[in-house]
Design a protein around this ligand. Sequence first.
Ligand SMILES: [Zn+2]
Length: 520
Amino acid sequence: MKMFKRILFLSLSLTTLGLSGYWQQDVAYQMNVHLDEKDKVITATSALTYINHSPDTLPEIFMHLYPNAFNPGTILDQEARRRGWGSVDPEKAWTGIKIKQVNRSEIATTALNFSIFDDTLLRIILDQPLNPSDTLRFNLDWTFDIHSHFDRSGWEDGQFDMTQWYPKFVVYDKNGWHKDPFGDWGEFYGEFGTFAVTLDVPEDYIIGATGVVTDGDPGWVNVWVDTTLAWEEWNQSNAATYQSYRNNLKEGTRKSVKFLAENVHDFAWVASPDLVYEHGRWQQKDVHVLFNRSEGPKWSRKESHYGERALAWLSTQFGPYPWPQMTIVKSMGGGGMEYPMLIMDGYDSEGLVVHEIGHDWFYGIFGNDELDEAWLDEGFTTFQTRWYQENRYPNREDRMEDKRFNEFERQALPWLSRTDQDKNDVLSYIMSPENEPIAIHSQDFIHERSYRQNVYNKASLVLQVLQRYLGEKRFLAGMHLYYKRFALKHPTANDFIKAMEDGTGEDLDWFFDQWLHNTG
Ligand SMILES: [Zn+2]
């Protein structure tokens, strides 16, 4: 019923926006997930719904099995070795997702044939093709041997960073199936839909996830930081109380916690008995912050405010945040990574929070293909982060107060405008013979530096030049039209350019062609 209403609303609004002909698939995941924290194994069933809104008849369905990339000999492993990133070297002989069975779940249960190819892609062959506007329901039984932490996911020190962790629908759009293997730099592309995920974990685990809790206890109350006290004072007494609570639990006591997320294209979660919780709020949106006790002096009382400010900034400039909460988690990885309603940061930094939450717009709300047109997410969020910081810290004097800088940086380094930052980062690359255009598929850039300089820094510079050329008011008028047309959809660069042109009443091909498709 809910889904039907949404589709009706979608088709009405598409007509009024002049986007008739646009369609996207609709998916729903209902997953029951059991975490064996000792053997590091997930056992799960996924009850899946796939609605075919395309005009095409589909004889097969494809899904990503991203974790299968982290094994010796895979496309990713070979790339990682070639680039000197170290090798995937799991303690286990093999890690990843094993599919036990696939069953069509309408009327009578029918087993479906399937195969795995290119390390990380699952092909499911349908017994009857899926016609336009028909719905397919099927169940997957699967297990996941979790790898030790590598890149963005895995377990370490009792913490499970569960990202790219489940069989996930490959996007089918006007260009067909996006069957990209996971094996090189470059990121993701997902179908929008609903996730109802039940996590069965040890009783003392504290959980953060995409979505809202609809059943069970994520464990926040016992470790809720009282920010009216000094961190050390609160931590000392709470650590003792929490330890005695854990000691009193009977061995093997478990709990079940259910999260629901709507209109998102991915689902991530984190669980560990060593996390503590802080709460923030912006308007009606909760900001959940989870970090390890050892990070307390750095994270407490700061990260929640960074999150609140980021939501306020991004909603004002680029269109409202459509989901009920934002979770900021201390990950076991080094940098930062974005998921709908959840970001994972390896260290405390206002810039990192603003960058990753920015991705909830530029990939989360505007669900572009991050492999085909990576600048639509990384370029935009690099641009908005620098703009935010220039807004918040406009003068050299601000830096004298800003704890992000050490004494040497405050005194000796020149104050840089965001234009200087973009230029400093990208100029030597642009002047080099290796300079490539921005609009290249992620895996086709000649090397990682070219990918980074183009999709982050050069694209940020382009948006800044565009903003200055149009003036802030017209630039934002274009951005708001982009939001109105493509929030919770799959825009391409051409859709962005068209929105900018329609929003400003000006032809802009001459501008974008130079940057996106040429290097002159
Ligand atoms: Zn990013």
